[in-house]
Design a protein around this ligand. Structure first.
Ligand SMILES: [Zn+2]
Length: 396
């Protein structure tokens, strides 16, 4: 017995070797068949998705969804299932002192939330998150990791001022020690919004990262990123990529430059994930949603399967959930994103105010999360219709 049949969509999953017009059958919370012209008569519900793309459930590798415990956070379902996304990684909105409060909220979300715990005591519920070494809580992070039964998948560290003037990169070494003990990755924010990071911060940060660690905000125009002052890719960035360090674009309000993106990509650094760094403010300004962020990478030269991979298999692997997310296959959880590709003429802005013209945009049509169908929610503006221009602002 099939509970749900998504019929006639264009299935796109490069990693699974799937493309073309295929039906997807779901029973309970599991994918039970993928193929041509599956039996409709025996299905409890048939949804005709002709003309739409059908992908593994989108995974947003960098969001802030500890609402209301952290003022910058947004409701996980607004970032998630209501925006076409089945799984969001929370990037350090909570730390050891308030993690239990965050974890208690998660069963209320329809979206899967994968927390990365912050090395600072209260995560991003306080700003600045780290000022002195006393704000770091490695033992608390150890406790959270050992008691969370696999819920917490990594540790978040922000290489920014004023932490750089306080503990400095000793903060990153401390977090790294705990991460290596626990066998989880670090997610490292690069790009000092305070503008004070010296030229050695980027190279030294990259040298401390190991295979599986995540550089988030790789296209930042702020100091401490992967380019030198002349716009050349740091050799340490290339070496990090070669040893398996992962790179995530994490748009956010202040850490994405289209110019930096082009320079970094032209010099051959791989990109593993396109994420939002979605916050309450970012949802209304600049960032909006994962599908809109993904649309920008079409304009930056990636094709549809590549962008989808960077919003499914890439982030799922980085978050340590590749066993259950990021790929379409029989027997796996029924997390799916049905999207359409709208055509138009839009101008969007990066964090520096630079514009980019888009002629295509991903639009969420339906989200299937653990077998349940969710319609898109109220967007910041009509889905897929990017505003004609957005001014860079001081959000998040
Ligand atoms: Zn963030």
């Amino acid at each position: 017995m099939t509970d749900l049949l998504l019929a006639g969509g264009e299935v796109v999953d490069a990693g699974a070797g799937l493309s073309g017009r295929l039906d997807v059958a779901v029973t309970g919370s599991v994918i039970t068949a993928i193929g041509r012209d599956l039996d409709r008569a025996g299905a409890g519900r048939v949804v005709d998705v002709t003309g739409s793309l059908v992908a593994a459930g989108l995974v947003d590798l960098h969001t802030h969804v500890f609402a209301p415990g952290s003022a910058l956070s947004i409701d996980p379902d607004v970032a998630g299932v209501l925006s076409g996304v089945t799984t969001v990684v929370d990037a350090g909105s909570s730390g050891p002192e308030n993690f239990a409060e965050f974890a208690a909220l998660l069963p209320g979300a329809r979206t899967e939330v994968v927390p990365f715990v912050h090395i600072g005591r209260r995560g991003l519920a306080v700003k600045p998150d780290v000022t002195t070494a006393d704000d770091l809580d490695p033992d608390g992070v150890r406790r959270v990791l050992s008691s969370s039964a696999g819920l917490v998948r990594g540790i978040k560290v922000r290489v920014v001022s004023p932490a750089l003037q306080g503990p400095g990169l000793a903060m990153l070494r401390t977090a790294r020690t705990v991460a290596r003990e626990a066998g989880v990755p670090l997610m490292v924010h690069v790009g000092d919004i305070g503008g004070l990071a010296g030229p050695s911060v980027g190279p030294e940060t990259l040298e401390l990262l190991d295979a599986g660690d995540i550089v988030t905000h790789v296209f930042t125009a702020n100091p401490g990123g992967v380019l030198d002052a002349d716009g050349k890719l740091l050799p340490e960035a290339r070496a990090a990529a070669e040893r398996g360090v992962l790179f995530d674009s994490a748009h956010g309000c202040k850490n994405l430059s289209f110019d930096v993106a082009r320079r970094v990509l032209d010099q051959g650094l791989p990109l593993h994930a396109v994420s939002t760094d979605l916050t309450l403010t970012g949802h209304g300004e600049i960032v909006f949603s994962l599908t809109e962020v993904m649309s920008r990478y079409l304009a930056l030269g990636f094709d549809v399967p590549e962008v989808l991979t960077m919003a499914t298999a890439g982030p799922a692997a980085a978050a340590g959930i590749a066993d259950r997310a990021g790929r379409l296959a029989v027997g796996r959880p029924a997390d799916l994103s049905v999207l359409s590709l709208a055509s138009g003429d839009w101008s969007v802005s990066d964090s520096t105010g630079a514009a980019l013209r888009l002629d295509r945009a991903f639009v969420p049509v339906l989200t299937v999360r653990a077998g349940a169908v969710v319609e898109p929610g109220e967007p910041p503006h009509p889905w897929g219709w990017e505003p004609t221009s957005v001014a860079a602002s001081a959000c998040c």
